[in-house]
Design a protein around this ligand. Structure first.
Ligand SMILES: NC(=O)c1ccc[n+]([C@@H]2O[C@H](COP(=O)([O-])OP(=O)(O)OC[C@H]3O[C@@H](n4cnc5c(N)ncnc54)[C@H](OP(=O)(O)O)[C@@H]3O)[C@@H](O)[C@H]2O)c1
Length: 463
């Protein structure tokens, strides 16, 4: 593809372009998008193009995604992130790029740079904190200027965590205040589904370069912290047995808690959220009402399972990655033999469609905090020995997380950008929670098979 003129078309050719459409996750994103593709004026998606570096692979991905129907006439655009000119050219043909090319620390920056330069909106499915925070450090100001929205983490990382936490926090109404919410993620499948190599590679590179994230954070001004009534509780044992939910859990060093921290830090500076592109009184009121109903809390994530042995497996894989990712020979071993070193959790070629169809996830949010008791005998906050007197448990649940849920989330975020751009912030490198929290994203996810439920609300105080 020739770079040609980089002038942005006033009416873009395509509503959106899926970059990395030939990847394992990319083709699921294409399949989700095709469900809605329709040229009629009421359709959320009237035009679409797929982009990648290999025409034959894109053709195959489109065929796979359309099956059993014949592939629709969707344009295939050749674009390589190693040739920034070809990415800028994509940005002249659309206002929205969905980036599925990972590992993002390796391939993501040219795409962010091109979107920021041209004022295009950028959404991705990244789960790599270092990439997200580096893009924020380097491109936030420029994105605000150019009016480009850059939102990483619009997949299973980190939307269920962000929206699930917000959903839990919004249950703390009246005189109740949350202090700490722990999320317990359970990946469920019939016979232990193995995830695709792409996610394993991203995780290995993340651990290998963990020092860069520490250095980046040290080099940046300290983030503002939200006001939370009490300090976070002590970490507790490595493996937790959560008897009431019938699960075992171990802390998961995922992107979720860092993304949530960034959301709260933005809110600490802007308690009513960020101004919308078009500041109508309705937008202002809606956003103010929304954010004033969210009381911040400490947040942590644990991966969990009904099986104690499975938890031991997660821990061993974490130790193996931690040990081997530090040296180039160790990384070579990990990335050459992913099935062996991940004890079957990841494999090259990814899971079969049958495995994907039979997998699902549950994410419980156990919120603990305080309720002001003001009956005649017990005025003030009465706290039990555990340091809280109220518990609210909520749950987000949905289909297979890595590919199906991720695609549903990314496509629904895209539709919000296409239909409600005026109500979203003008630009910046932002988190999904800040951008999509006050929109109808939760309702859209519910309509597409991802549920949000209140499981219990208990006052622990007893006279
Ligand atoms: N948020 C989440 O929950 C979530 C879920 C799933 C995946 N992910 C992330 O998504 C990323 C992709 O994972 P995956 O399993 O789909 O990996 P994958 O199958 O290896 O796909 C990678 C894609 O990137 C493309 N690509 C690589 N180099 C490129 C270049 N120079 N120019 C243009 N395209 C290039 C590949 O194109 P070719 O086909 O031409 O090789 C392919 O389409 C990973 O970082 C993973 O962690 C996140």
């Amino acid at each position: 593809m020739s770079g040609g003129s980089q002038q942005v078309l006033s009416t873009p050719l395509y509503d959106l372009i899926i970059l990395g459409a030939s990847g394992f996750t990319g083709k699921y994103v294409v399949r989700e998008a095709l469900k809605f593709l329709n040229p009629s004026p009421s359709s959320p998606l009237k035009s679409l193009a797929l982009a990648g570096r290999n025409h034959a692979k894109l053709t195959e991905a489109l065929k796979w995604a359309a099956h059993p129907l014949p592939p629709p006439p969707v344009p295939l655009l050749i674009s390589d992130v190693a040739e920034p000119q070809s990415i800028r050219h994509l940005c002249t043909q659309t206002k929205l790029i969905l980036n599925c090319v990972g590992p993002f620390r390796r391939y993501g920056e040219p795409v962010v740079a091109a979107c920021v330069e041209t004022g295009c909106t950028y959404l991705d499915i990244c789960g790599e904190p270092e990439f997200m925070e580096r893009m924020e450090a380097e491109y936030d100001e420029k994105a605000v200027e150019s009016g480009s929205l850059v939102v990483s983490g619009c997949g299973f990382d980190s939307v269920p965590a962000e929206l699930g936490l917000i959903f839990n926090l919004r249950q703390w109404v009246g005189k109740s205040v949350p202090n700490w919410v722990e999320a317990y993620v359970s990946l469920e499948s019939n016979k232990g589904m193995a995830y695709n190599f792409g996610t394993f590679e991203s995780a290995v590179l993340g651990v290998a370069n963990a020092a860069e994230l520490v250095q980046l954070r040290r080099s940046r001004p300290r983030r503002r912290r939200p006001m939370i009534p009490s300090p976070a509780p002590p970490k507790g044992p490595l493996i937790e047995h959560k008897k009431d939910l019938g699960i075992w859990g171990v802390r998961l060093p995922s992107a979720d808690s860092t993304v949530v921290q960034r959301t709260f830090s933005t809110l600490a500076k802007n308690p009513q959220g960020l101004p919308a592109l078009s500041q109508t009184s309705q937008h202002i009121q809606q956003r103010n009402e929304f954010w004033s109903s969210v009381k911040p809390a400490h947040f942590g994530v644990k991966i969990c399972s009904k099986s104690y042995l499975q938890i031991r497996r997660f821990i061993i894989v974490g130790i193996l990655i931690g040990m081997f990712a530090k040296t180039s020979f160790g990384r070579w071993l990990l990335l050459t033999f992913p099935s062996i070193f991940s004890l079957g959790l990841f494999k090259k070629g990814g899971p079969s469609e049958h495995d994907v169809q039979n997998a699902s996830f549950k994410m419980w949010f156990v919120g603990r905090g305080f309720e002001l008791i003001d009956d005649n005998e017990n005025k003030g906050i009465v706290v039990e020995e555990g340091g809280y007197n109220k518990e609210i448990v909520t749950r987000v649940m949905g289909p297979e997380p890595g590919y199906v849920t991720t695609s549903i989330i990314l496509i629904q975020c895209a539709f919000i950008v296409l239909t409600q751009r005026e109500a979203l912030p003008k630009g910046g490198v932002l988190t999904p929670g800040i951008v999509f929290g006050p929109t109808d994203l939760q309702q859209r996810l519910q309509e597409n098979g991802i549920s949000f439920d209140v499981i219990s609300k208990n006052l622990k105080f007893q006279k």
